[in-house]
Write a protein that binds this ligand. Structure first.
Ligand SMILES: NC(=O)c1ccc[n+]([C@@H]2O[C@H](COP(=O)([O-])OP(=O)(O)OC[C@H]3O[C@@H](n4cnc5c(N)ncnc54)[C@H](O)[C@@H]3O)[C@@H](O)[C@H]2O)c1
Length: 360
């Protein structure tokens, strides 16, 4: 096993002595709009902001998943006002941003494979929608907007490096997919439109691979390896390891992601900054399968050929997030995967019908 299962943050300096929830006290009574707040990350973030005493409004199309997934996410129980609508609807965005103190822009066509299949939808949501969100945040003089970006902007990183590599914020970016390109555009446009002369500050967070209950795979997407492998094992299907499962990801638990994103709204030093949100620890696909297997006796792994161009992956340099965000991930992958499997076992209906029907 690689270091991934030993624990996020193990051996690293503590980023901040003051617990995140007490730092988030600054958000008490703040008005925060979360675009995409009905999704996996957004709903967890919204619940956290609500616990910190903020008044949260969610703007979301609510059609990325079947209704059953939104029930699992508990979107209705986060304490937020839910507005079902589209970020390309300028009037709706303007109305919600009027009087808002902060915005987290997390809405996106957030599926790499789907963006490749439908670049037109990716453009509408991730480019046009983002432009409207940025313009309206500036016009409403929102204090700070946090843009949710993705480690996919790094692509395969430095082609001269063999094997998994660490991605740091200032290195050259090589987006390799429609999704990654739309995220890179959103980042750069945020820097161009906000900060500087604008009354609205910005902060950009680049998430690595988000996982954790109640994540459910989207049809046609294979990107969420914890959910994907655990659901296969749950259904008695083999866990496929392309090329032996040597590829790595930086798996960061959704609770850690929510905390880092909320802190990006308030940490002074984050104004005008871009930071990675990851654990700094590579975890291989095989590591994840080995963590899942003992929970499902009889489960098996099969090794399949590694597709051409399949990247070996990478992990986050966490120096900047520890310094500027005063944050580091707290949930070790072993614990996060255990929690996911326990949740899945207790919630068998979480397996999407399209996936369980593929077994029948
Ligand atoms: N999950 C990951 O591993 C990961 C990694 C890096 C970055 N991100 C980014 O984090 C953010 C949240 O991701 P997630 O995993 O929670 O995805 P998600 O699909 O669960 O949530 C995204 C939400 O945005 C909403 N949305 C999409 N288009 C919209 C539009 N035009 N108008 C209004 N709402 C719209 C969807 O309905 C969905 O509820 C996204 O910006 C995503 O790109 C996610």
């Amino acid at each position: 096993m690689t270091a991934g299962v030993n624990g996020a943050g193990a051996g690293q300096a503590t980023a901040a002595a003051e617990p995140a929830l007490s730092r988030l006290e600054k958000l008490r009574d703040a008005r925060v709009v979360v675009t995409g707040g009905g999704g996996l990350v957004g709903s967890r973030l919204t619940a956290l902001l609500h616990r910190a005493g903020a008044h949260v409004t969610v703007l979301d199309r609510m059609d990325a998943y079947p209704d059953s997934a939104h029930e699992l996410f508990g979107t209705a129980g986060t304490g937020a006002e839910l507005v079902i609508g589209d970020i390309t609807d300028r009037t709706a965005v303007r109305r919600l941003f009027r009087g808002a103190d902060h915005v987290v822009h997390a809405a996106a066509y957030a599926d790499v494979a789907a963006c490749t299949r439908r670049p037109d939808i990716a453009f509408q949501a991730n480019v046009r929608g983002t432009e409207i969100v940025l313009e309206e945040a500036a016009a409403s003089r929102v204090r700070r907007l946090v843009l949710v970006s993705s480690a996919s902007v790094y692509g395969d990183g430095d082609p001269g490096i063999q094997g998994p590599q660490m991605f740091s914020e200032d290195q050259t970016l090589f987006p390799l997919s429609v999704y990654a390109n739309s995220k890179l555009w959103a980042e750069h446009q945020t820097r161009l439109l906000l900060g500087g002369e604008s009354a609205t500050e910005y902060a950009i967070v680049r998430y690595f691979s988000v996982y954790g209950d109640p994540q459910v795979p989207k049809p046609g997407s294979h990107s969420w390896m914890v959910a994907w492998l655990a659901m296969h094992a749950r259904l008695g299907l083999p866990m496929r390891l392309n090329g032996g499962g040597v590829q790595v990801r930086d798996l960061v638990h959704v609770d850690d992601i929510a905390e880092a994103t909320a802190l990006a709204l308030i940490e002074e030093q984050m104004a005008g900054q871009t930071v990675n949100v990851g654990t700094g620890i590579p975890t291989s696909v095989r590591d994840v399968a080995e963590l899942i297997a003992p929970h499902f006796p009889g489960s098996e792994c099969v090794v399949t050929p590694r597709p051409d161009g399949d990247p070996l992956g990478g992990y986050a340099c966490t120096e900047r997030s520890r310094e500027l965000l005063r944050w580091q991930a707290r949930i070790p992958v072993s614990e996060g995967v255990n929690r996911y499997v326990r949740w899945l076992t207790a919630t068998p209906y979480a397996v999407p019908r399209w996936l369980s029907e593929s077994v029948a």
